[in-house]
Write a protein that binds this ligand. Sequence first.
Ligand code: SF4
Length: 341
Amino acid sequence: MQVLGQELVKWYENHHRNLPWRHTKDPYQIWLSEVILQQTRVDQGLPYFLKFVHTFPTVELLAKATEQEVLSLWQGLGYYSRGRNLHKTAQIIAHEYNGAFPNSYEGLLKLKGIGPYTAAAISSFAFDLPHAVVDGNVFRILSRYFGIDLAINSSAGKKTFEKIAGEVLNIKQPALHNQAIMEFGALQCKPVAPKCSECPLQLSCAAFAENKVHLLPVKEKKIKIRHRFFVYHVQTDQENRLALERRVAGDIWEGLFQFPMIELKSSEEQITYLQSFATSWQSPKFKHVLTHQKIEAYFVLAPLREKKEEKIHYSLQEISELPLPRLIDKFLEQHRKDLPI
Ligand code: SF4
């Protein structure tokens, strides 16, 4: 652990970029740089940082500006809500804190728009408090250096990396350590094409030794959930048999049997559609959750109006032997008594 910290600082002393926010202990300027650099590259953010410090040298002056003045200066950075929040936080610090930033991690966390990363950055850079920053660069270095394949966007992964970042932190020089680890991630252990061949950590880096650099860090893919709205039509024939259709290929429950069904685009459309069958018996809403889909379904005791392919009618006994989606099974279990058979 100690070796990692020492090597990072040694590397930093020879390779770091000369950036103005690294020469100040003013929490206002440090906060300004952190807000500007969120979702913005250093070379793009630098002129904005200089413009803001020049126009509003203190948090009080920023607080006194109109929103229009702040946003005109922000123009071109995008994400205007960040500019607005910057202004609001400046007003809170000017009015509620007498213009002085809280000098503790916990105090900083209470401010609007300041999360654990920014609180750790300000408390270490401005006040030399021993809080480890954990941003994308830090996740990447720790995951590769220690060969950890826990997803960095999972809660278990975040906890583990935060814990390791805290253990690796040089508590005697937290500001220098935090600058060093982030700069190392930005310039050396980069997301794509890291410079392993000229890396001072190469001999002790687990990912390098195991040839896993390109596989780390691991990120869980966020699953996009599709919301679907079904109305099933329960229809009997004169022999008390129920009409069923078979689900087509290329969708969930391929080949399984179901009541003739119509799919609506939204919950509003589904409700309007159901209102057109107001005189027919209707089930309560069924919610059915699959890995990538959330289905809201109703069952109506009425034939489906639109023409569809020929339906086949089955007795309940026959249906019990057919492959059915769990949703249809659930309906039959709960509402068998409501069917006119
Ligand atoms: S050897 Fe490569 S992967 Fe390992 S710390 Fe250095 S740059 Fe990153």
